[in-house]
Design a protein around this ligand. Sequence first.
Ligand SMILES: NC(=O)c1ccc[n+]([C@@H]2O[C@H](COP(=O)([O-])OP(=O)(O)OC[C@H]3O[C@@H](n4cnc5c(N)ncnc54)[C@H](O)[C@@H]3O)[C@@H](O)[C@H]2O)c1
Length: 371
Amino acid sequence: MKTKKSKTIKNKRSKKEIKIAVAGVGNCISMLVQGIEYYKNNRKNIGLMHPDLGGYRISDIKIVAAFDVNKDKVGKDLSEAIFEPKTINTVKISDVPNLGVEVMKAPILDGVGEFLGTKVKVSNKKDVDVASVLKDSGAEILINYIPVGSYKATRFYADAAIKAGCAFVNFIPEFIASDKVWVKKFKKAGLPLIGDDNKGQLGASILSRVLANLFKERGGKVERMYQLNFGGNTDFLNLLEHSRLKFKKISKTETVQSQLAKRLKDENIHIGPSDYVPWLKSRKIANVRIEGKTFGDIPIFMDIKLDVEDKSVATGVAVDAIRCAKLALGRGVGGVLESASAYFMKFPAKQYPDWQARQMLEEFIEGKRER
Ligand SMILES: NC(=O)c1ccc[n+]([C@@H]2O[C@H](COP(=O)([O-])OP(=O)(O)OC[C@H]3O[C@@H](n4cnc5c(N)ncnc54)[C@H](O)[C@@H]3O)[C@@H](O)[C@H]2O)c1
């Protein structure tokens, strides 16, 4: 039976909204939009790090503006665009009702590369003024989920967020929250910044980091390692274009190097997207191999295979990062959120072991740090 108190809490919560805008209506956003619906209707909380984060539930997240360039998405309601069949192949976890949010045509800049261009036909609609749309929509947070290699477009969105007075969460490997100049800009504007590059909930990066720390704690020595990743979504298709990969490779490698007892020479560590396998669709396979030494200088070989739904593990983190940005906004905290960036992102300004980042994050949620 529901008590009077629990009813009051529910009523209070339903009034709280986290209004976000999304740059790039791709597979990650498909899972995010579906996830918001899914957890509205499913109270079991399976798959969540924080069912309640600082008083906010996932169902409090509301998308109020969306930007893309693909003609098959622009002009459509977000609920339709997230199931566009040529480029979206993430698994379906929920039906989504009409959301009343039209996908707006943004400037393409360097968003669509050679390989992605074989699937994405660019809309010929006029570009909207992104900063104005953000303001008019009442968005509080802009999240960036555009393709890897979007150097100019990411900076364009970061700038638009500042102009519109939005917090910015950068889920892609372009360096904004790890760049002193951008950090200063957000600090000056009094706006929260989290980034860079989504560290999956249970993906290849967190697994490799945990193993690196395990070797460190147990006195083992890592001598060589690789992490090879395969997938069949447009993210992997785009990554076939090696010139777009530079920061992805730095981010993915550094996230592991930073956790080793001793950094490996470049020739002894290989981490990166390795191929596009269309039939894998949204599954991602990661092969991690570590070679090293244990007691008595005896060799150890470790081979691990991970098989995950790529967008599920990305979104398991995104829903927490968004709620942390909202908490910071509510507390008037501007500039980079060190704890959230360290725990949720592969390439934060400062790396911490994940156990420590988690502790910092919990302190932040409780209002004890980054005040
Ligand atoms: N596990 C993960 O999924 C994961 C982890 C870390 C980082 N990321 C990063 O998140 C990003 C998004 O991943 P995804 O799988 O959703 O990719 P996706 O290819 O499915 O979606 C990208 C979307 O951005 C759109 N786009 C291109 N240029 C644009 C522009 N200028 N403005 C607005 N939209 C534009 C594309 O049309 C497409 O709809 C990628 O950079 C990916 O590397 C994902």
